[in-house]
Each structure stands twice: as C-alpha cells, then as structure tokens.
Write a protein that binds this ligand. Structure first.
Ligand SMILES: [Zn+2]
Length: 175
C-alpha cells in the first residue's frame, strides 16, 4: 500500500521525473496503467496533454483523459483513420439499419393492409349483406338455406304439423 502511494504516476514514470503532489497526470494515469499514458504521449505529446488538462475544470479532466486515451489507442491501431474509421463505420451501419427499418415498416404496412382487406371480406360475406361478395360465394348461402330447411323438416315435427294445419284451410278453401 505504502509503496503504491509513493510510486510515481504512469506519466512521471514514463517521463523519468519526480511525481509532485500537485501532478496534473497523477489522478488519471495510475502507475498500474503505463500503456494508457504511453499511447497518449506518443500521439499527443505530454506537454500538450498537460496544457489541455490545465485549461479544463477538474471535473472535466477524467472525461478528457478517457477521450484522449481512446483516440490515441485508435490512432495507433489505425494510423490512417484513427477513431474516425470507427465513427464512419458506425455511421454506415446506422444508415444501413435505418434503411432496413424503413423497408421492414413498409413491408409490415403491406401485410396490415392485406389483413384489413381480408377482415372486411369476411365480415361482408358473414353478414350476407354485400351482393357482390354473395355472387362470388353463392354456394355457401345456398347450402345454409338447405340446411335450415332440412333441420326444420326433420326436427320441427310440430312446425310441420302446424304448417300442414295452416295449409289445410288454404287447400280446403279453393276446393
Ligand atoms: Zn505524476
């Protein structure tokens, strides 16, 4: 514990200087992360980073250091594009996904329109109101009509009796 507290920060160790208590690098470049400062120093230069940190409010410095470390790491991995390569790749993916989403929404709308058309067809034919659709599905109402008549004839014996009773006066009247 005591040795880690007294050991210089990664920046001062890299720059081979004494780490002062007011060292601007110490809070952000701990001695156990030497690569973080080495990358930032290689790309931006220690004096530039020091200047930048001194110009910022203390509460902004950690974000700035993390940003510099990321940019430096990406610049060393990709000397041509750095983090811009990743940004443009992500922007390309974003555009692609937005196009896919637009296409998927359009497809969904097509199916929804088709579905609502199907629903209106069913309700129309079920109700038996629309003559245009009855024309196309004539067999269904005809069969239903026969079924209704048969059920009355077979099961409704009383109805048949009543009808014959009602019919008999009508047959009697002409005769
Ligand atoms: Zn230091």
């Amino acid at each position: 514990m005591a040795s880690s507290l007294t050991s210089p920060c990664a920046a001062c160790k890299c720059l081979r200087r004494k780490c002062q208590p007011e060292c601007v690098f110490a809070p952000y470049f701990p001695p156990d992360q030497p690569k973080k400062f080495a990358n930032v120093h290689k790309v931006f230069g220690a004096s530039n980073v020091s200047k930048l940190l001194n110009e910022l409010h203390p509460h902004q410095r950690e974000d700035a250091v993390n940003s510099l470390a990321y940019e430096a790491d990406m610049r060393l991995r990709d000397p041509v594009y750095g983090c811009v390569g990743v940004i443009s790749l992500l922007q390309h993916q974003l555009r692609q996904l937005q196009m896919d989403l637009t296409y998927a929404k359009a497809e969904l709308l097509k199916y929804q329109n088709h579905q609502s058309l199907g629903d209106s067809l069913i309700s129309c034919c079920g109700g038996g109101v629309c003559r245009d659709h009855l024309y196309h599905h004539q067999s269904i109402p005809v069969i239903r009509g026969f079924d209704v008549n048969n059920s009355y004839d077979n099961n409704g014996g009383g109805v048949g009796m009543n009808m014959s009773v009602d019919d008999s006066p009508t047959t009697i009247d002409p005769s």
